[in-house]
Design a protein around this ligand. Structure first.
Ligand code: ZN
Length: 177
């Protein structure tokens, strides 16, 4: 089951500052950074009347996004994908992570009375057999906690202290409050 905190007005303002537009369809904050801003947003799989939205765990912390982008640029996703074909234990854990992701999304879909058949069986980030987007996998790992998404956990270990409390992300709230 997904668990998340209330998405407050100040969280919404933070998300909008990162995206340049309002973030819609948010179920709640699935991970909050030590500095207090949202790190990962849990999203509903569809806005009313709209297309499916498959990124159930949306990485919003700008420090995390930057750290993940650097990792992706290092070419590590090809190594991780290769490891999935040579390490059966890892491959199985990754498949279980895929199922967990789908299960969380199904719970969110039930909250809005929708089944979102268009993306049934399709999770995110390349799961269950490839590594295509570490932003999605890190988002899942942060939301679910350690031990659920092995590739996301590995990426997080490489990212280190990506968003320390002493270095709040963004400049937009620092001057006039
Ligand atoms: Zn952060």
């Amino acid at each position: 089951m997904p668990s998340y905190e209330t998405f407050t007005d100040s969280d919404a303002a933070f998300a909008q500052a990162q995206l340049g537009r309002p973030m819609r369809g948010v179920a709640g904050v699935a991970y909050r950074c030590p500095a207090g801003h949202p790190g990962v947003l849990a999203t509903y799989p569809r806005l009313p009347g709209g297309p499916p939205f498959p990124t159930t765990y949306y990485l919003i912390c700008p420090n995390a996004v930057l750290a993940v982008s650097r990792l992706e640029a290092s070419g590590i996703m090809a190594e991780m994908t290769a490891k999935l074909s040579t390490d059966p234990g890892l491959a199985e854990a990754y498949r279980v992570a895929h199922e967990a992701y789908l299960s969380d999304r199904e719970a969110l879909a039930r909250e809005i009375g929708d089944e979102v058949p268009e993306i049934a069986g399709f999770s995110a980030g390349g799961m269950p057999t490839r590594v295509k987007c570490l932003h999605a996998l890190v988002g899942h790992a942060l939301a679910a906690g350690p031990g659920v998404n092995p590739i996301g956990d590995e990426a997080l270990a490489l990212m280190g202290d990506f968003c320390p409390e002493a270095t709040p992300a963004g400049e937009e709230t620092s001057s006039d409050d």
